[in-house]
Design a binder for this molecule. Structure first.
Ligand SMILES: Nc1ncnc2c1ncn2[C@@H]1O[C@H](COP(=O)(O)OP(=O)(O)OP(=O)(O)O)[C@@H](O)[C@H]1O
Length: 661
């Protein structure tokens, strides 16, 4: 291959790769949404008896029942028939227009939505696949009809004043003996099939011819069709020895902001027919061709089965045909399979096989989605705007040719090489999808507010970059404010916690903070914390600590109560003495011995009657030397004593901790 050819091929590869990259970007933007399912539709076409194929006195083995079903005699039991139901059944009298209008035309509109569509003609050799797809000048088939309509549609939709500019390109290839050959450029040799990050199938280096009218299409297609490998077999004088794939791409570019672009691909596939070589009489090259055809059709069957059974591995890669059909079966295309069958009895087994394959195919589920992204000229400046401010040279380079292109969006419906110039793969793949979303919503916002200026995405590059910079600065500002807000919130929380702690320490009856309250707070008093006295005293002296008194339970509670019964059993005697002396000191501060009955009533749990009993006892026996002396007062029960001590000693201890009130 000479240098010129190599360069040409490389350019084409780059163009294909670049278009794949923009779709990768889209997949990030749309991540998370699963497209709705669309079942593969299946139609069966029965061809009439044709001269040279029909045997003498042949009677049809297939009979149509209605517009969707047919029956075929059961070879195991001739009294019975096998019935099949499909999306459509076209009998031997059906015209090319019937098939086209009934099954193909309805899916063409999806191409203008940026979705993919596939039409596959399947069936045994000589059953009428090429007739259905290509037809003849008198009876044009699916391909010329679809192209005619599609070109008309794109002309209307892309007319001046409409929101989208549309362009159509075509590629034409055949898979011959597991080689992918470009029928528009037969010298290019075997091409490779690749898959982009979204699962789209690409053939780098495949010729794409822009077509603006049907004449254009014929100019490329007719000579290319002559390049397709055909050969005579016993069953078909012009038998296709390869699978032929016509790929028509509809590219749409929005004329105004947000400058989206869409790409819809239409695959029109004329498969080679399965062959029973005992009947075709194939030898030599024909036999070899037949082997390759049958193998790829066998893999096609395995792919359909794997999809129907939901197997984790679908063997697309086992043949070039299935690799290419990945979009059409179990992929992203709206697909229609037209199974062609012949009425002759000698085709009986092939017909049953084809019908069974067709019946399995109608279970296959595809998930078509819209291939939409932003046009490269919109993406490129965003990428630049993410960089540091440009120096004068870079800025000049960035402004240069692109401003012209923004000024005339039509010029953007350009060739793949232009796309390559505008958006190198690396730049596109580095764009942050979130930033794109922001741009789009910003643009919509400007539009909805009736902004005086031009929309953000159609402003000249320099202004756009200034705007983008402002957006970034605002973003940073928002981030800074968020951090500040968090700091302030943290400060307020810390302050609140400190205040609460302080209040709690001053008043033991104060409610704890919510976090503490939500725990079972009443319980800790029952489950007292046992502490050495030293600690207890320290706590009593310290305003920040708490005292817990253990209440003895059970049998001991019924015994005569003493102060020590309020103390933990683990507390040693010296500890006990120390506690008593503390209480004595506090009594000195609260001289109960000298208090009148009235004053005594101000104590907790001491009413009029008890106060008089205490004063009477004091007059008889002299002043109380210790708290336990209260037990000796007649008329004060052990229980009352317990309750009195609890209420007053706790209050006393707390009073000590908080200092004089
Ligand atoms: N519906 C039809 N009406 C009239 N003639 C038909 C019809 N279908 C097929 N034929 C004729 O039958 C013959 C075989 O058809 P065709 O070449 O399309 O078969 P095929 O399935 O493409 O075979 P192969 O797989 O070998 O290429 C052709 O002469 C074709 O004109």
């Amino acid at each position: 291959m000479d240098a010129g050819l190599r360069a040409q091929r490389r350019r084409r590869e780059m163009a294909a790769a670049t278009s794949g990259a923009s779709r990768c970007l889209l997949s990030k933007v749309r991540a998370g949404r699963r497209p709705p399912p669309a079942r593969v539709r299946v139609a069966v076409r029965l061809r009439p008896f044709v001269d040279g194929i029909a045997g003498a006195n042949d009677t049809p083995c297939v009979r149509g029942l209605d517009s969707c079903s047919l029956e075929i005699s059961n070879w195991r039991n001739h009294q019975e028939t096998l019935k099949y139901q499909f999306d459509a059944f076209y009998g031997e009298r059906s015209s090319q227009q019937d098939i086209y209008a009934g099954s193909v035309q309805p899916i063409l509109r999806h191409l203008l939505e940026g979705q993919n569509a596939s039409v596959l003609a399947y069936g045994p050799t000589g059953a009428g696949k090429t007739h259905t797809m290509l037809g003849s000048p008198e009876q044009p088939g699916v391909i010329p009809r679809a192209l005619m309509d599609l070109l008309q549609l794109t002309r209307e939709e892309g007319a001046e004043g409409r929101p989208w500019a549309l362009s159509v390109t075509m590629s034409y290839l055949e898979i011959y003996q597991e080689k992918v050959l470009d029928l528009l450029d037969p010298a290019s040799g075997d091409l490779v099939i690749r898959e982009d990050c979204r699962g789209n199938i690409l053939i780098p280096g495949l010729t794409q011819k822009p077509i603006t009218g049907f004449a254009d299409f014929e100019r490329h297609f007719l000579p290319a069709s002559r390049n397709r490998t055909v050969g005579a077999t016993r069953l078909n004088q012009r038998s296709s020895r390869s699978h032929a794939v016509l790929l028509v791409k509809v590219d749409q570019r929005e004329r105004l902001a947000p400058f989206r672009q869409r790409e819809g691909k239409l695959y029109l596939i004329d498969l080679a027919g399965s062959e029973d070589n005992r009947r075709t009489g194939n030898k030599g090259l024909r036999l070899k061709e037949s082997g390759a055809i049958n193998t790829s059709l066998f893999v096609l069957g395995k792919v359909v089965d794997a999809l129907n059974q939901g197997l984790p591995r679908v063997p697309y890669r086992d043949s070039k045909l299935t690799r290419l059909l990945q979009d059409s079966l179990g992929g992203s295309a709206h697909s229609i399979l037209i199974a062609n069958i012949a009425p002759e009895r000698r085709f009986y087994l092939d017909t049953v096989t084809a019908l069974n394959f067709a019946a399995r195919s109608k279970e296959v589920i595809n998930r078509p989605f819209t291939n939409e992204s932003l046009q490269p000229h919109v993406l490129a400046p965003v990428r630049l705007s993410q960089k540091e401010p440009l120096g004068p040279t870079e800025a000049k380079r960035a402004r240069g040719p692109e401003e012209e292109e923004i000024g005339s969006p039509e010029s953007l419906a350009a060739s793949a090489s232009d796309t390559q110039k505008l958006s190198p793969l690396q730049k596109l793949s580095n764009i942050d999808p979130a930033m794109l979303e922001r741009l789009l919503s910003l643009d919509r916002l400007l539009g909805s507010q009736g902004s005086q200026g031009t929309p953000l995405l159609s402003t000249p590059r320099r202004e756009r970059m200034v705007l983008m910079k402002t957006v970034e600065e605002k973003d940073l500002e928002i981030e800074r404010l968020k951090v500040k807000q968090k700091e302030l919130e943290a400060k307020v929380l810390a302050q609140e916690a400190a205040d609460l702690k302080e209040k709690e320490n001053c008043s033991p009856t104060m409610l704890r903070p919510l976090a503490h309250r939500t725990a079972p707070v009443a319980k800790p008093l029952k489950k007292a914390v046992v502490m050495p006295l030293q600690l207890l005293q320290e706590q009593a002296a310290s305003p920040n600590t708490e005292i817990h008194i253990l209440k003895k339970k059970g049998r001991k509670r019924k015994k005569a109560l003493t102060l020590s019964s309020y103390l933990p059993s683990t507390m040693s005697r010296p500890h006990l003495y120390k506690l008593k002396s503390t209480l004595r000191e506090s009594r000195a501060k609260h001289p109960r011995n000298e208090t009148s009955a009235r004053d005594l009533r101000s104590l907790q749990r001491i009413g009029q009657k008890k106060a008089q009993l205490i004063v009477g006892w004091r007059e008889l026996h002299g002043p109380f030397s210790q708290v336990e002396d209260l037990e000796r007062v007649e008329g004060i029960s052990g229980k009352q004593m317990e309750s009195f001590l609890k209420a007053n000693i706790l209050g006393l201890a707390a009073g000590q901790r908080c200092g004089p009130s």
